[in-house]
Design a protein around this ligand. Structure first.
Ligand code: SD4
Length: 347
């Protein structure tokens, strides 16, 4: 047999094997509905989202908005208007949302509006744009019926700001929970979320992803951003592809941590692309973290935290962080939320 014929025969055999394995591969079962979110403060957030998802026709998009609203409502907390201010003492909010049809919207550097995620949804649904910022975002929100809240810091934020003013040093805290959570420090597995003295959970970003009963994915990310940032600073959270990305054919990803680092690698989009190549959600998050650490391993170890969470279209989920301390919450039915410790690059 000449070489060309041998080659053709081998190729045909290869094709036959490929189509054989394809048609006989067991179809993956979708584990749905499911909602996952960043940090242990995600437990009540997931619960609010599950109220929507438990209904046969509950949409993932409505679920992630409701979940984000839940934490934006906790006035004395960290995400939303109760969050830490910038270095001029003003709370400025970033948020983004993305649905199962590649629709997306966001707001950034927005003040005085309690539910930035809902304004982000209005940007997505009622404008030809993807992102509105600053006064323009606030003006749009008011036109849409949102109420402008007064410029008052929450009790905790005022305390934190007064404290910060003493040195005025910009030193983002790597993991707020790590300092609060004794169970985590002991290194035990899933644990009950730790509450602060005043009964609130504490973190400045809430990002969540949901898969509904129809098999559709959506995601939302809402934050007051890094405390004591420069005025006008915007992080990864409102930037589609960085702080959030959803591709209904593949999966979804969102992030928490030092936004500048996430933007640098278009983090959430990168994780979704790794899942498209067949990687599991955890492996996809890990590969994106490795990409980030490679830029400056010493800085990554010593100076900041980034954590990704990902959910694929089959309801499989995973997470990975640069440093220990990142946890995420998973809920598949009302009341069954659990907090899981993410693996990290450094230990
Ligand atoms: C930001 N990624 O503004 C947000 C902050 C954050 O936990 O996630 N903190 O950069």
């Amino acid at each position: 047999m000449n070489n060309r014929r041998k080659f053709l025969n081998r190729s045909l055999l290869g094709l036959a094997t490929m189509s054989f394995s394809k048609s006989f591969a067991a179809p993956k079962v979708k584990k749905k509905p499911i909602v996952i979110s960043t940090w242990d403060s995600g437990i009540p957030v997931n619960e609010a989202a599950m109220e929507v998802l438990k209904n046969t026709n509950g949409r993932a998009l409505d679920a992630v908005e409701k979940g984000a609203n839940n934490i934006e409502d906790t006035i004395n907390c960290c995400v939303g208007l109760g969050g830490n201010p910038d270095r001029e003492g003003r709370v400025t909010l970033d948020a983004s949302i993305m649905d199962d049809k590649m629709n997306c919207g966001g707001v950034a550097f927005m003040e005085n509006i309690k539910h930035p995620i809902s304004v982000a949804r209005k940007v997505m649904e009622d404008t030809p744009h993807v992102l509105l910022v600053g006064d323009g975002a606030r003006q749009f929100a008011i036109e849409k019926g949102f109420v402008a809240e007064p410029d008052v810091l929450s009790k905790d934020a005022q305390k934190a700001y007064d404290n910060w003013l003493k040195k005025s040093e910009y030193k983002p805290v790597k993991n707020i929970e790590l300092q609060q959570n004794k169970a985590f420090q002991k290194g035990s597995g899933p644990f009950a979320p730790q509450m602060l003295e005043n009964g609130d959970f504490n973190h400045d970003t809430m990002a969540l992803l949901a898969l509904d009963n129809s098999g559709n994915l959506s995601g939302a990310c809402t934050t007051s951003g890094m405390g004591f940032k420069m005025r006008g600073r915007v992080g990864d959270s409102p930037i589609i592809g960085a702080g959030l990305y959803v591709d209904n054919e593949v999966g979804a990803c969102t992030s928490s941590g030092q936004g500048e680092e996430v933007v640098r690698i278009a983090g959430s989009h990168l994780v979704v692309e790794f899942m498209r190549q067949g990687k599991s959600p955890e492996m996809a998050c890990k590969m994106a973290i490795e990409r980030l650490v490679k830029i400056n391993p010493k800085k990554a170890k010593e100076e900041f935290q980034v954590g990704f969470i990902a959910l694929n279209k089959y309801g499989e989920y995973g997470a990975f962080a640069i440093n220990p301390g990142f946890v995420f919450s998973v809920t598949t039915a009302p009341g069954n939320g659990k907090v899981i410790k993410a693996k990290s690059y450094f230990n």
